[in-house]
Design a protein around this ligand. Structure first.
Ligand SMILES: NC(=O)c1ccc[n+]([C@@H]2O[C@H](COP(=O)([O-])OP(=O)(O)OC[C@H]3O[C@@H](n4cnc5c(N)ncnc54)[C@H](OP(=O)(O)O)[C@@H]3O)[C@@H](O)[C@H]2O)c1
Length: 319
C-alpha cells in the first residue's frame, strides 16, 4: 500500500512517501480503506523531535493518528456486517499516513449519515478536544472567553462552541488574513497577537477576561493569564510556541484564578468524538478545512503548519 514514512526526526522533508506491506486484520480487528487523514500540530513536534503524547514507536514509523474511511475487511471474530461502514478512528499514535489501517473492531466511530467523511475527519481530534475543553471550562452565558490560535484547528472550533454557549469570544490570531476569519465563526473581538500591545487592545475592547483557552503557551499564554479577572479559569492545553505557559498553582491562587487540566478517560474521549460528529452532522459545529494535500505531499502539509500558514484543519486526501 501507499504510505508516508518518517525515518529520522527532523524537518518536514523527513516525511517520505514509500510502499508499506498491506496490513491484514487479525482476530477482532478491522481494516479501513482510508479516504482522509487529519494532521494535528503535535504531529509536527513529534516529527521534529520525537516529542509527543504518542507511545514511542521505533523509527522508521508511519506517523499520524486520525483517519476516516470505509471498513473494507474484518478479521476472524469480528462482525462481517461492519464491512462498508463509514468510520473515523484514532490509530493508537502511529500508522495513519497510509492507504489502509488496521485497528481493533471496537475503535472506529461510525460517521452519521449525511456528514461527509472529510468533515468527520476534520472534527475527529479537534472536535473532541474542543468539546472536552469547553465542558471543563464550565462556560456561562456572558463569560468573556479568550481563544489563542483562534484560526487554527482546535481554535476555530473553540470559537464556535464558546459563542454557541452565549459567551463573548475574543479571538487571537497571527496576521490580518487569519484575524479576518474570526468574526464569521462567532468571535465578537478579533485581535492580531503578532502586533505589539495586543493585550492592551483586548483590555480596551472588553476589560479583563473570565476564561483563557491557551494552546500557544510561552509569552502569549502568560500575557493571556494576566488578562484574567479574579474567579477566572485558565486551560493550558498546548505549546505551539515551543514552551508551556508554565503558570504555577501558587501564582494562579494569588490571582484568584483556577488552572483547569482535563484528564479524560478513554471512554470519555470516545463520547466526545461521538458528540463532535453528532454536532457536525446537525450543523451546529462547522468543520473548517483550510488546506488539503495528497498523501504523498505530507511533507508540504507539515511545512505549511510549521510556518503558521494554515487555517483550520489540514487534511491528507487519498481518494
Ligand atoms: N488537535 C488536537 O486534538 C489537540 C489535542 C491536544 C492539544 N492540542 C494542542 O492545541 C494546540 C492547537 O493544535 P491544533 O492541532 O489545532 O493546531 P493549529 O492551531 O491548527 O496550529 C497551531 C497554531 O498555533 C499558532 N502558533 C503560535 N505560535 C506558533 C509558533 N511559534 N509556531 C507555530 N505555530 C504557532 C499558529 O496560529 P497563529 O499564526 O494564528 O498564531 C498555528 O496555526 C497545539 O498546541 C496542540 O498541541 C491539540
Amino acid at each position: 500500500m501507499r504510505a508516508v514514512w518518517l525515518r529520522e526526526f527532523g524537518g518536514p522533508e523527513m516525511l517520505v512517501p514509500g510502499p508499506a506491506p498491506d496490513p491484514v486484520p487479525g482476530p477482532g480487528q478491522v481494516l479501513i480503506d482510508v479516504a482522509h487523514v487529519n494532521i494535528t500540530f503535535v504531529e509536527t513536534l513529534f516529527r521534529a523531535t520525537g516529542f509527543g503524547p504518542f507511545p514511542s514507536a521505533p523509527l522508521p514509523v508511519i506517523p499520524g493518528n486520525g483517519v476516516g474511511g470505509v471498513i473494507g475487511a474484518v478479521g476472524p471474530d469480528a462482525d462481517p456486517g461492519l464491512v462498508g461502514r463509514r468510520v473515523v478512528t484514532s490509530t493508537g499514535g502511529s500508522g495513519a499516513y497510509a492507504e489502509q489501517v488496521v485497528v481493533d473492531a471496537t475503535a472506529p466511530v461510525p460517521v452519521p449519515e449525511g456528514l461527509p467523511l472529510d468533515e468527520a475527519v476534520a472534527v475527529l481530534a479537534d472536535g473532541r478536544t474542543a468539546l472536552m475543553l469547553t465542558d471543563a471550562a464550565g462556560l456561562r452565558a456572558g463569560d468573556r472567553v479568550l481563544v489563542e490560535a483562534a484560526a487554527g484547528g482546535v481554535g476555530s472550533l473553540l470559537v464556535q462552541l464558546a459563542g454557541a454557549a452565549g459567551t463573548r469570544v475574543i479571538g487571537l490570531a497571527g496576521g490580518a488574513r487569519k484575524v479576518a476569519l474570526l468574526p464569521r465563526w462567532g468571535a465578537q473581538v478579533a485581535v492580531d497577537y503578532l502586533k505589539p500591545n495586543w493585550a492592551d487592545r483586548v483590555r480596551a475592547e472588553i476589560g479583563g477576561v473570565d476564561v483563557v483557552f491557551d494552546g500557544v503557551g510561552g509569552t502569549v499564554g502568560r500575557a493571556a493569564f494576566e488578562l484574567l479577572d479574579p474567579g477566572g479559569r485558565m486551560l493550558s492545553f498546548g505549546l505551539a510556541s515551543g514552551e508551556w505557559a508554565d503558570i504555577s498553582e501558587e501564582t494562579a491562587a494569588e490571582r484568584g484564578v483556577t488552572l483547569i487540566r482535563p484528564t479524560p478517560t478513554p471512554q470519555q474521549l470516545r463520547a466526545y468524538t461521538e458528540r463532535a460528529l453528532a454536532e457536525a452532522a446537525a450543523g451546529r459545529l462547522r468543520a473548517v478545512i483550510g488546506q488539503r494535500f495528497p498523501l504523498e505531499r505530507a511533507a508540504d502539509a507539515h511545512a505549511a503548519i510549521g510556518s503558521r500558514a494554515t487555517v483550520g484543519k489540514t487534511l491528507l486526501d487519498l481518494r
